[in-house]
Design a protein around this ligand. Structure first.
Ligand SMILES: Nc1ncnc2c1ncn2[C@@H]1O[C@H](COP(=O)(O)OP(=O)(O)OP(=O)(O)O)[C@@H](O)[C@H]1O
Ligand SMILES: [Mg+2]
Length: 502
């Protein structure tokens, strides 16, 4: 066990160690201090020079070297007066086999060593686990799989935040892959880039050994054996529009009037029939918005029809919303290919599904049978506006605020956590923070995290692809992890299943 330093200063918030020459610790690394009775796990969050010499001598010496006047280093390499000071943040204290946030500090001159996977044995594998990645010490990946309890993680909501290309979608794929091992959660996902299912030779959730049992894929152009996305507009409720597209008060009222009068035919009638109590100007702009949303055209004979084969006014696809709600209740992952429809249209479909799921789960709660039902989650990708300015009008904001009581949770994936109101962020129990160079984004996440992440700003800025910090109300400390590449996980699963036993 190599000692990398010795504690010389500090308090309960931070410790400073003198680094042993050549130990070469890096930011974000985890180190361990074994005190007599207690063990501490700390993270490196700052590195400084330590010099016990007069500053003038240092500058003069550097000058002789760079100006080549009389180049000689005045101090030998092993001069004890020159060293590196490493700032450590105590994360965890382990005492009598129990771990907790530190309530003590180690003795002065305690030895410090690098973390080993055995040091993490206090982290137990939860039930209905969700694999997030391997624990990381700075850039070093430990052979220690990190799981969260999926029930806790989904019911109390999760946000995955990073700037583009840092591996958010990869992480969601890895999580869903694990969920498909047990089929204990129903997950709805609108796939705006069509990257989760795995089209053609691309690896995706379709390659999971349980895909037949636990995966449903709806698309405008599905591969053989998968569902064609068809939704009857009779199953869309005004509520599904209210929090997704911008509507004026007058437009909302007009929608309600049509709904009352024409029940489930409200969209059709709104598109072609004028009502005397609704202003023409309101109707015109409303028809334009709804027409764009569902690609509705008016035939020469004045009949509305949908140009896009996904929607129709007839009964085709009138059970789609219902069927998807059933699938979610049965622990399936439902992917809706949103790549060939506008984002808002996909969100309206998601909203209709989640409204149905919410209605059912509310009923189950009233009947006292909710505890027997599976946890449901909805993945909301790149929809900061939906959780931002419109959150109090849509089902997703409602899920964020009260879904926990009904076993319905959010997994929000975003580059723009800064536009999500604090009220929503505060309700999100788990924050998975990936690399982000935007200070504003980092600060918003740091300020709204369950743990004190004030020393992590610089570290978050430098996280590489797949690296993240998991800050959760269910973990005692912010856990640094690396999520492997999904393709490697899918490949190794395939290789496992191909091993022939003689
Ligand atoms: N853990 C990882 N290790 C190595 N490479 C990775 C990892 N995760 C993702 N990548 C690579 O980075 C690229 C971007 O990843 P991904 O699509 O998951 O990012 P993203 O954060 O979802 O981006 P966007 O904001 O554009 O949706 C991918 O092509 C993938 O190959
Ligand atoms: Mg992505």
């Amino acid at each position: 066990m190599t000692i990398v330093g010795s504690i010389v200063e500090g308090n309960s918030k931070y410790l400073i160690m003198r680094e042993r020459k050549g130990a070469d610790l890096e930011l974000g690394e985890l180190v361990v201090i074994d005190d007599e009775k207690r063990k501490y796990i700390c993270m490196v969050y700052n590195i400084e020079y330590g010099v016990l010499l007069e500053q003038g001598r240092l500058y003069t010496s550097a000058g002789t070297i760079i100006e080549k006047t009389n180049p000689k280093l005045e101090f030998p390499n092993d001069d004890l007066r020159i060293f590196r000071k490493i700032y450590l943040k105590p994360l965890i204290e382990i005492h009598n086999g129990k771990y907790r946030s530190p309530i003590s500090i180690p003795k002065l001159f305690s030895n410090v060593r690098r973390v080993e996977k055995e040091d993490l044995s206090f982290i137990k594998e939860p039930d209905t686990k969700v694999f997030l990645g391997k624990i990381r010490s700075g850039g070093r990946i430990l052979d220690f799989d990190y799981y969260m309890n999926g029930e806790e993680m989904i019911s109390h909501h999760t946000i995955i935040a990073a700037q583009t290309g840092r591996g958010k979608s990869n992480l969601v794929k890895v999580m869903l892959w694990e969920i498909m091992n047990h089929g204990k959660f129903g997950i709805l996902l609108l796939d705006i880039h069509n990257e989760y299912f795995g089209i053609g030779n691309n690896k995706g959730l379709k390659d999971h050994p349980n895909a037949d049992r636990y995966l449903l894929y709806y698309s405008k152009t599905p591969p053989p054996g998968h569902k064609k996305l068809k939704v009857s507009l009779t199953t869309i409720d005004p509520e599904d529009l209210f929090g997704i597209i911008e509507l004026t008060e007058a437009q909302r009222e007009a929608i309600s009037v049509y709904r009352r009068q024409y029940k489930e035919e409200w969209i059709k009638e709104l598109m072609c029939k004028d009502l005397s109590n609704i202003a023409q100007s309101t109707l015109r702009s409303l028809r334009r918005k709804i027409g764009n949303l569902f690609r509705i055209r008016i035939s020469d004979s004045g009949e509305p029809y949908c140009e896009d084969e996904i929607f129709n006014f007839e009964k085709i696809g009138e059970k789609t919303i219902f069927d998807i709600a059933n699938a979610l209740e049965n622990g399936k992952i439902v992917i809706i290919d949103g790549s060939s429809i506008p984002d808002e249209t996909g969100l309206v479909i998601m909203s209709a599904i989640m409204r149905e799921v919410f209605r059912r789960y509310e009923n189950y709660k009233d009947q006292g049978i909710l505890k027997d039902k599976l946890q449901i989650g909805v993945v909301l990708e790149e929809a900061p506006r939906i959780l931002g300015e419109l959150y109090d009008k849509n089902i997703f904001g409602r899920i964020a605020r009260e879904g926990r009581k009904f076993k319905i949770g959010l997994i929000a994936v975003t580059q723009m956590a800064s536009v999500i109101p604090d009220e929503i962020l505060a309700n999100i129990g788990t924050k998975i923070i990936m690399g982000n160079e935007m200070k504003k984004e980092r600060l918003k996440l740091i300020e709204n995290s369950p743990q004190d992440l004030s020393d992590y700003d610089y570290i978050i800025a430098g996280l590489e692809k797949g690296e993240s910090i998991v800050s959760s109300i269910f973990t005692k400390f912010p856990v640094p992890i690396y999520t492997p590449l999904f393709d490697d996980i899918a490949k190794s699963e395939k290789e496992k299943s191909e091993i022939v036993v003689f």
